[in-house]
Write a protein that binds this ligand. Structure first.
Ligand code: PEP
Ligand code: MG
Length: 590
């Protein structure tokens, strides 16, 4: 028997999935372009019209199905699409393209979308500008029908659970897919700390990123095994492989949080040092399991999710509603709202038009830089947080800060928001403010920041990316993304000392805190507060309970003594089993 074909990638969210693949197509990257002879033009227009009719019928049936859930007042969102599919503007432009340029219908529609997007983007009125998205969505729907003709099923609208395979998925794409539909995720791009990977982890969905040519080698309906532990996707598995993986699937721990005693209760090391374990929240739906997870507050609420899946910006009431719910769920524990971290990896549609093409988005108008460029949007968010803070123990945290000047400007906007609320007679509270240490500049100036802020938190994903100059989403350089590179170890140690000198608390909320072995090293380096993906809390707590501070410090200091990254890696490899095994002592000999 021939061995099955296996695609290699990086396991970015643990677990195993066995099932049928569903290949999410990025139409644009695979749009066929061909020129028509003059005799073919009429037939191509007929083809276009048939796709338009099918798209319209599809939207009408979605409208009918969605009516009970959406309610009449929201159905206009779908009506806009239906109207556009009957309107001459987009369709006329596409027909014109076929006739005058003799291009096939797919390219004609894409050219029409691009044409109107450019026109709408030049309009000052934000409402009208937003309509370009409606046009794009209507066009996309037609495109899907053109690409899907010849009897192929619409791969993306199946409701059966499947292993989703895509070139890339934005965080918004993941948010749009229901968790029940996703047995696993395979992407050609991305890495451990990409936001898509973080969302997959939050949803408890196994994921492999960086699986080159997955969309070409896998077709919808193919049976595949996704082994995120091994970073592998097995195509057309043999009966033996299936049997082996079904057995492993059976052994996979799937204890619901409420039944996992390891998850609940405060956690201390074996010798009684209390470690604060907070939860990172990416979606509001995670809040429902929060009370049973046993957590010391929400250490990171990634507020960007409020911008996903919508073409218009959230207003102040949206912000207020979400943060109030968060504050009430976490109470009496604190919940840290990280203000929007926009830009960087592809921003959601509502925001995309505010971010111009940047040759290096990670170093561009991202996070607090974006917020300060769009102060009115930022102020809306701050007003929402200030008002919601009345309902619990909310804290505000500013991402991607590089120095005190930014902090002073941010505080200026916050003060304006407070003054406005005061004047309007609105109730608000004054939350503690913290800074996310994500840039080398912030790490070096941590002493200065700590003096002016109420708390510090370490965003180890970005801090590693920016310190080591390694794109966190680029699998080509993933081997250089060394979370415990000597430079990182020194930075972490200095951060602990800077916070201690200022008498301010410090937490690590990057992915590093979610991995038991790494969490133990962070504790050894002096951190006493970690915040992590919720699904990892039980495992990390279990690891913490098995070690003493003396053991962890000894190991961390041995790591700090290493002069090279390879030395650190060798030490980590030899110690890994010791870190996992509880309560065996750590091996600290280099
Ligand atoms: C980080 O960078 O570590 C962090 C917590 O923020 P994000 O992963 O959302 O960029
Ligand atoms: Mg970050």
């Amino acid at each position: 028997m021939n061995p099955s074909e296996c695609l290699r990638g990086i396991g970015v969210s643990p677990g195993i999935a066995i099932g049928e693949a569903c290949v999410m197509d990025n139409h644009r990257s695979r749009l066929p372009l061909y020129h028509l002879s003059s005799e073919q033009v009429d037939k191509e227009i007929e083809r276009l019209n048939a796709a338009i009719a099918a798209a319209k019928a599809e939207l009408e049936s979605i409208r009918k199905l969605a009516a009970p859930r959406l309610g009449e007042s929201h159905l206009y969102i779908l009506d806009v699409g239906i109207l556009l599919l009957g309107d001459d503007m987009l369709i006329g432009e596409a027909q014109n393209q076929i006739q005058s340029n003799r291009t096939n219908a797919e390219w004609a529609i894409q050219a029409a979308i691009d044409h109107f997007t450019r026109i709408f983007e030049g309009i000052d009125d934000p409402y009208l500008r937003d309509r370009s998205l409606d046009i794009a969505h209507a066009g996309e729907r037609i495109l899907r029908h053109l690409v899907m003709e010849e009897g192929r099923e619409d791969e993306n609208t199946s409701t059966e659970p499947a292993i989703i395979v895509a070139h890339d998925l934005t965080p918004a794409d993941v948010a749009a897919l229901s968790a029940e539909r996703m047995m696993g995720l395979v992407t050609e791009l991305g890495g451990h700390t990409s936001h898509t990977a973080i969302l997959a982890k939050a949803l408890g969905i196994p994921a492999v990123a960086g699986a080159e040519s997955a969309t070409r080698r896998i077709s919808t309906g193919d049976r595949v095994i996704l082994d995120a532990h091994a970073g592998a996707v097995i195509l057309d598995p043999s009966p033996e492989e299936l049997a082996k993986y079904y057995a492993a699937l059976h052994d996979q721990p799937s204890v619901p949080p409420s039944e996992d005693s390891e998850a609940s209760g405060p956690v201390s090391t074996r010798d009684g040092t209390r470690i604060h374990v907070g939860a990172n929240i990416e979606y509001d739906r995670e809040l429902d399991v929060l009370p049973v997870m046993g957590f010391d507050g929400v250490g990171l609420y990634r507020s960007e999710h409020l911008y996903f899946n919508r073409s218009v910006m959230p207003d102040e009431e949206d912000h207020y509603g979400h943060y109030r719910r968060l504050a009430e769920f976490a109470y009496p524990e604190p919940a840290v709202v990280r203000t929007m971290d926009m830009g960087g990896d592809r921003p959601p549609p509502a925001v995309a038009k505010l971010v111009s093409e940047e040759s290096n988005p990670a170093l561009g108008l991202r996070a607090t830089r974006f917020s300060l460029r769009h102060k009115e949007l930022f102020k809306l968010q701050l007003r929402g947080i200030l008002r919601a803070a009345v309902h619990g123990n909310l804290k505000i945290m500013y991402p991607m800060i590089s120095g005190l000047d930014e902090i002073h400007t941010v505080k200026g906007v916050l003060n304006e928001a407070k003054a406005e609320l005061r004047e309007e007679g609105q109730l608000f509270a004054e939350p503690e403010e913290g800074v996310l240490i994500e840039t080398p500049a912030a790490a070096v100036c941590a002493d200065l920041l700590a003096r002016e802020m109420d708390f510090l938190s370490v965003g180890s994903n970005d801090l590693t990316q920016y310190t080591l100059a390694v794109d966190r989403t680029n699998k080509e350089v993933m081997d250089l993304f060394e979370p415990f590179h000597p430079a990182m170890l020194r930075i972490y140690r200095n951060l602990v000392q800077a916070a201690a000198s200022a008498g301010k608390p410090i937490t690590v909320c990057g992915e590093l805190a979610s991995e038991p072995e790494s969490a133990l090293i962070l504790i050894g380096l002096g951190f006493r507060s970690l915040s992590m993906t919720m699904s990892r809390i039980p495992e990390v707590k279990r690891a913490i309970r098995g070690k003493t501070i003396a053991e962890l410090e000894k190991f961390a200091f041995t790591l700090l003594d290493c002069k090279t990254g390879s030395g650190v890696k060798a030490l980590l490899n030899s110690a890994q089993s010791g870190l996992r095994r509880n309560p065996a002592p750590l091996q600290t000999s280099a």
